[in-house]
Design a protein around this ligand. Structure first.
Ligand code: RIB
Ligand code: CA
Length: 302
């Protein structure tokens, strides 16, 4: 039984690793990839998604999405992911073109073609918010959203805000108020499940895929030599091994202005919203299991 997913991404080195896992794991059926401005501009994130899909010789459509957030000015993360968004490896120039339709149109068509599909956003949620605003009917075809982003334990952009939510907090609020079940895969787990130095070294000696990921990760400016966070890969790890996570259901609000803009605020005491919840928040993870799984997955690739 395969899980049908659509990834909305901003490759980005950890997005590239997440796409690698989604493309190659036999229990995942990746129907569509949409790109959004985030780590780098959307022309680059679109090209990078095409490069990864072409690297594996797959025929998965890629659609280009939003060039900027709904309201907040766009700020990239090229300081972390390099100017290209995927430095260190030559993917060549013959990696194809995105489909002609926009990300929102492609998302609508792909979702409405399925009874139920899982959305996996690993960049800002601008495309998702635009989709729900323009085509609310898609919501009944979405089983759940497994989103990288947010944090209950401090930010990586400000003291409280994580990059994907900080980039477009207004879109994040729309997504969290959509009524669709959300699994929040935030910094609470992605900063624990660091790829160790040993894992990264083993990657480089494994196969062509390992070499490619090793080349990207050694040009990645997030984390330290002791460990690199593969934030987005944790969404795919959750889909395949939810037992590796500790989660808690709660209502999550998103701050959209002021000094806490981009913060995800969890109603952990169920003090508001009449005890209703809109998200299952990942609060802990088996980091050793993540490293073992990461190497095991890549070892099965070419
Ligand atoms: O905060 C981490 C997130 O921001 C990841 O999705 C990374 O790719 C960047 O987009
Ligand atoms: Ca990302």
């Amino acid at each position: 039984m395969t899980t049908k997913i659509i990834m909305d991404t901003d490759p980005g080195i950890d997005d590239a690793a997440a796409l690698t896992m989604a493309i190659n794991d036999p229990s995942i059926d990746l129907k569509l990839v949409t790109a959004v401005a985030g780590n780098v501009t959307v022309d680059k994130t679109t090209a990078n998604a095409l490069k990864i899909i072409h690297f594996f010789g797959k025929d998965i459509p890629v659609a280009a999405g939003a060039e900027q957030p709904l309201i907040k000015p766009f700020e990239d993360a090229a300081r972390i992911h390099g100017e290209s968004g995927m430095p260190g490896y030559d993917f060549g120039n013959d990696y194809g073109q995105p489909i002609k339709t926009t990300a929102v149109e492609a998302l609508h068509d792909a979702i409405m073609a399925e009874d139920e599909v899982t959305l996996v956003p690993t960049g800002s949620y601008t495309n998702i918010a635009l989709l729900f605003s323009e085509y609310p009917e898609v919501k009944s075809h979405i089983k759940r959203i497994v989103a990288m982003g947010g944090s209950m334990s401090g930010g990586n952009m400000t003291s409280v805000a994580e990059f994907n939510v900080f980039t477009d907090p207004d879109a994040a609020r729309i997504m969290y108020n959509s009524g669709i079940p959300i699994v929040m895969v935030g910094l609470d787990v992605t900063l624990k499940a660091l790829l160790t130095k040993d894992t990264i070294e083993k990657l480089g000696q494994m196969n062509k895929t390992g070499e490619m990921l090793h080349a990207l990760i050694t040009h990645y400016n997030d984390g330290t030599d002791e460990g690199r966070p593969m934030h987005d890969v944790n969404t795919i790890f959750y889909l395949l091994h939810p037992e590796a996570f500790t989660t808690k259901k709660m209502w999550v609000d998103v701050q959209t202005e002021g000094p806490t803009i981009g913060a995800t605020v969890g109603d952990v005491r169920a003090a508001y919203h009449d005890g209703k919840t809109n998200a299952e928040v990942c609060l802990d993870i088996d980091a050793d299991y993540f490293n073992k799984w990461f190497l095991d997955e890549v070892s099965k690739m070419n």
